[in-house]
Design a protein around this ligand. Structure first.
Ligand SMILES: NC(=O)c1ccc[n+]([C@@H]2O[C@H](COP(=O)([O-])OP(=O)(O)OC[C@H]3O[C@@H](n4cnc5c(N)ncnc54)[C@H](O)[C@@H]3O)[C@@H](O)[C@H]2O)c1
Ligand SMILES: Nc1ncnc2c1ncn2[C@@H]1O[C@H](COP(=O)(O)OP(=O)(O)OP(=O)(O)O)[C@@H](O)[C@H]1O
Length: 319
């Protein structure tokens, strides 16, 4: 049960923080203070509240028990940490679809919307409800052995089927919409979303997919095969990876680097679009292109686009 004191607040934000880092704890405490000062209630996981040295008080700060659905009755989840923390927040709140807003205190923070120096403006936007939420396509991932589903989960970034033993290749046949596509001896296969296209898929040579594109991606990891290209298929397609039954190598499935299960020879992994998207808060209208350039530090000096357009149109265009 959620522990609440006196009257429940009208508004509530779940704050999740990577409390192992002092820098994160400081920002988290400042956010809790600022939200409650503006009359917005804060919910904290009980362990994180203890790590932050905060207690339930005055009805504006509450803590949850482990069996609670953390995002229930919350208008937003404020995540303080890096991409790993946002993937963790997606897992903790997936069943409520509460929108996630990340303040980046990680290394890359590709999924985060705000930087720590923007904390005041971020809190002001939350208080004023001045934000939008963007639905991100997810994957529904099922592992079948002898036609029985033995594991199922969702993924925001990807489902990666990987070899379990360093010294053995994984032998798989991949399938699209019930038709076999190719057999690969490989290190693994990554089935990714557009959101995950900049993560493991990117390292594996897959395409960067703008988030508004609806698609499923499949890319092999070091396949010893002539045909081993990254593939982009319809969001309505069903992908499958079958670990051959007569292979010596077994595998392991990882979803978002968090949810994992061993794959015996003969396992079949089915990946389709998930029924429930993950909602990411947007504070800025900055295009994805700008995010890609900023996060990956891409060289764009010498670009003449905006200046050229202004000159051509006689100054009618903004930069
Ligand atoms: N070789 C690889 O590139 C590789 C291997 C394993 C896992 N991963 C990725 O790590 C993710 C888990 O992240 P973590 O932070 O918990 O683990 P982690 O700490 O090992 O970080 C992995 C890196 O991936 C980045 N990342 C995560 N999601 C991203 C996204 N959507 N776009 C761009 N970059 C992203 C993180 O910022 C971090 O730099 C997995 O979902 C997978 O995509 C990548
Ligand atoms: N409160 C917490 N308790 C335990 N583990 C946490 C907590 N918050 C985050 N983590 C885990 O810590 C790991 C690293 O998270 P973090 O968000 O800092 O990623 P990072 O790798 O440092 O940054 P980035 O992914 O942006 O490079 C992730 O696996 C995440 O799930």
């Amino acid at each position: 049960m959620t522990v609440e004191t006196s009257a429940s607040p009208q508004r509530r934000v779940l704050v999740l923080a990577h409390t192992g880092r002092e820098e994160v704890r400081e920002v988290a405490r400042a956010c809790v203070q600022a939200l409650t000062t503006h009359g917005v209630g804060v919910r904290l996981l009980v362990d994180e509240a203890a790590d932050l040295g905060l207690e339930a008080e005055d009805g504006l700060v509450e803590t949850t028990a482990p069996d609670d659905v953390p995002g229930e009755d919350c208008e937003l989840v404020l995540v303080i940490g890096g991409d790993g923390s946002i993937l963790r927040a997606a897992e903790l709140t997936h069943e409520t679809s509460t929108p996630l807003l990340g303040i980046n205190l990680g290394h890359v923070g590709f999924l985060a919307e705000a930087e720590p120096e923007d904390v005041d403006a971020t809190i002001a936007s939350i208080v004023a409800r001045d934000y939008t939420a963007e639905d991100r396509l997810t994957l529904d991932v099922r592992v079948k052995v002898d036609n029985e589903t033995m594991f199922s989960t969702f993924a925001l970034n990807e489902a990666s089927v990987e070899k379990a033993a360093r010294e053995r290749m994984l032998e798989v046949v991949v399938e699209v919409d019930d038709r076999p596509l190719s057999r690969w001896g490989c290190d693994g296969v990554v089935c990714a979303t557009p959101t995950g296209s900049t993560a493991y898929n990117f390292s594996a040579g897959g395409p960067v997919v703008w988030p508004e594109v609806e698609a499923l991606l499949m890319v092999p990891l070091s396949a010893h095969a002539l045909f081993a290209r990254p593939m982009v298929v319809a969001p309505t397609s069903v992908l499958a990876v079958e670990v051959l039954s007569n292979t010596e190598g077994s595998g392991v499935l990882w979803c978002d680097g968090r949810r994992t299960v061993d794959l015996p020879p003969g396992a079949r992994i089915e990946v389709r679009r998930g029924a429930r998207p993950v909602r990411l808060v947007r504070l800025h209208r900055a295009p994805f292109t700008d995010r890609l350039v900023a996060k990956f530090g891409l060289p764009v000096e010498g670009w003449r686009g905006a200046a050229e357009r202004r000159r051509r149109d006689g100054g009618e265009h903004d930069a």
